[in-house]
Design a protein around this ligand. Sequence first.
Ligand code: THU
Length: 145
Amino acid sequence: MPVSAPTPAEIATLHQRATEAAQNSYSPYSRFRVGAAILLHPDDSQEGAIVAGTNVENASYRLTCCAEQAAIAAAVTLYGPAIRIRAVAVVNLNGAASMPCGACRQTILEFADPETPVFYPSANGETVAATLAELLPAAFRLTPK
Ligand code: THU
């Protein structure tokens, strides 16, 4: 499926939805409030549908769910297993850099293409755009014989 680049309006809405989701962050341990929003291909949902998620921590720290994974789980729940991701935005309310963690990069790849853009805040507060292939080169793919 060809990837159409997100419009400036779609990117702005992605950031807004991610920021709104971050307000609901359950992060009593790290106090790091993350929001993620994913833009879906129109074939899978309403035109320009956006689904957001936030991080949900746990007293058993490793059970924490990242914002990106929460957004993807919500999107599959809402629109089904055929969803494809056109763009991702990650934000945090801490004024810090936050690129998707390694596990989230692999999770995004499951539903996206290598050229899918991911927007995230850099250390100086500016939003950076990188493709998934740049963030996750030599990604794992299951190719059983
Ligand atoms: N976190 C995310 O939500 N997404 C990432 O890609 C990296 C980390 C969350 C998990 C945890 O609640 C907090 O940030 C600190 O690691």
